[in-house]
Design a protein around this ligand. Structure first.
Ligand code: F6R
Length: 244
């Protein structure tokens, strides 16, 4: 595991975008695993900028997103489908048919999850998977549990996740209670993983992820077992290491 300590969110975002860009240049037909939430917004901003400057070409790139709320319309501004269009896809020359997000509009969890897992496999797996982390240590929407869920599945969101994500909604009751997510096995099958962590509210989760025992109660700890993980964390996220 490689750990980069950076000053702040912007430095984290620029470095993350550089790693994603390097992947795209090295293999213009890469499959990128993408995340949503506050963490990757800055990195997507850099990717858009470098596309506008003619540095990056998305025409051969395929993307597989980690997750989507269940029971949400794609036109809903809180859907991850909408998020990806707004933050990246609508601003670069990626082909719509090359972008993939679990279909939150479909209620049949088995169909959505089996289909999505097969799609990842058909794409030949993910070359570089971008991850954020929840305060409770979740990756994708793999919430703390008694076992690691291997494949794409439907999950009941943890109270702490609903609490954390209510900032995007008008009120907590509006946060969907379920989501479709890549499983831990799906995530771990990516050739490379890039984990971004910013802010003091993630310090405990990051400390456990890097130094704690591997446990499904802190799902990100499983990353200790992956052979090619890069972590970019800012000073605030690393504050727990400094205190110890
Ligand atoms: C989002 C995702 C989640 C987030 C995590 C952190 O696609 O899979 O695991 O990365 O909840 O969210 P933010 O970045 O909003 O703090």
């Amino acid at each position: 595991m490689k750990l980069y300590r950076v000053k702040d969110y912007d430095e984290m975002s620029k470095k993350a975008a550089s790693i994603l860009a390097a992947q795209m240049v090295a293999d213009p037909e890469s499959t990128l695993g993408l995340a949503t939430g506050s963490t990757p917004v800055g990195a997507y901003r850099y990717l858009r900028k470098w596309y506008e400057e003619g540095i990056l070409d998305f025409s051969g790139i395929k993307t597989m997103n980690l997750d989507e709320y269940r029971g949400i319309q794609r036109t809903d501004s809180q859907s991850y489908y909408y998020f990806m269009k707004e933050n990246l896809f609508d601003h670069v020359n990626i082909l719509a048919e090359n972008t993939h997000i679990p279909d939150g509009e479909k209620a049949d969890a088995d169909e959505v999850c089996r289909g999505y897992e097969a799609l990842v496999r058909e794409a030949g797996g993910v070359d570089l998977q971008l991850l954020g982390i929840g305060r409770n240590g979740h990756i994708g929407f793999n919430e703390p549990a008694d076992h690691f869920e291997r494949e794409c599945h439907c999950v009941d969101l943890a109270e702490s996740t609903i609490e954390a994500n209510k900032r995007f909604f008008e009120k907590a009751e509006d946060v969907p209670r379920q989501a479709y997510t890549m499983g831990i096995g799906t995530i771990m099958s990516a050739a490379k993983i890039l984990l971004l962590v910013s802010g003091e509210d993630k310090a405990e989760a990051l400390y456990e992820t890097l130094c704690g025992a591997i446990t499904p109660q802190v799902p990100a700890t499983v990353l200790q077992l992956h052979p090619d993980v890069t972590v970019i964390a800012d000073e605030a996220a690393l504050s727990k290491f400094e205190r110890r």
